[in-house]
Design a protein around this ligand. Structure first.
Ligand code: 3PG
Length: 243
């Protein structure tokens, strides 16, 4: 496994070698390119792929449904190869690697074609590693303390997970009243029923959700249904944004 470098040796004014903690000095700069595109789309399908054979039909359904993006979660063995195949077949599709829990997974996800790293919780090691490598990262947060850690590192986009269980819109509004530089991607419990309420809040840049790409539909090969539900999600975003 690759060794993560959390500090470097620098000289102080007296010429003595001192340890400098990289996480305190490196902050994210201009790292919101992919997140900006997510904001344009408004909703990101969160996908669990158990079988690589489903990757391309799923990507096709999403693209044809009007959402050329996906958060492919590293919860299954199939994730890495699925990202690779989707990226090759649909190079313009925005692929986030989700549920990234180690820096080794960061490397594998990026090599496969992911252009942003998403994690369920705030792991400083993963965030600092991504920043040091100029890899866009959108870590999960659920408390003001975690949000503070993200803000300190210059991040302007974070995931709020698990959104509904952790206080939903009320919690997001309360936290963002104090931390005004960040925008939030709530994920967990978002569906066609409540996405409009979330997107109506100016602190939210997009929502993540699995309702249009549920595992049972993927397993049953119901890609036409996925395409239709994707179109419906796109229409909900349009409706709320046209107001
Ligand atoms: C997840 O962790 O699977 C995502 O947050 C999606 O949650 P959802 O299934 O509630 O949309």
């Amino acid at each position: 496994m690759r060794k993560y470098k959390s500090h470097k040796s620098v000289k102080n004014k007296k010429g003595e070698a001192v340890r400098q903690d990289l996480s305190l000095f490196q902050t994210a700069k201009n790292m919101s390119t992919v997140a900006d595109k997510f904001e344009e789309l408004g909703v990101i399908p969160v996908v669990v792929l158990n079988d690589v054979k489903d990757a391309l039909p799923l990507a096709k359904a999403l693209v044809e449904g009007g959402l050329p993006c996906a958060e492919v979660t590293f919860r299954t063995e199939a994730a890495e190869e699925s990202i690779k195949q989707i990226h090759k077949a649909y190079p313009d599709m925005l692929i986030a690697a989700g549920t990234v829990l180690t820096t080794e997974q960061v490397d594998r996800a990026v090599a496969a074609g992911a252009s942003i790293i998403v994690s369920p919780g705030f792991d400083p090691e993963i965030v600092d590693y991504c920043i040091s490598k100029n890899i866009e990262v959108c870590p999960g947060i659920v408390t003001p303390s975690e949000l503070a850690q993200a803000v300190k590192r210059g991040l302007t986009r974070v995931k709020f997970f698990p959104a509904e269980a952790a206080g939903g819109l009320a919690m997001i509004k309360a936290m963002c009243a104090a931390y005004t530089t960040v925008k939030i991607m709530p994920t967990g419990g978002i569906s066609a029923k409540n996405i409009k309420e979330y997107l109506a809040c100016d602190k939210i840049f997009c929502c993540g959700g699995s309702w249009m790409v549920k595992g049972d539909m993927i397993k049953a090969g119901e890609f036409d249904k996925i395409k239709e539900m994707t179109k419906e999600a796109v229409n909900l975003v349009k409706e709320i944004r046209s107001k």
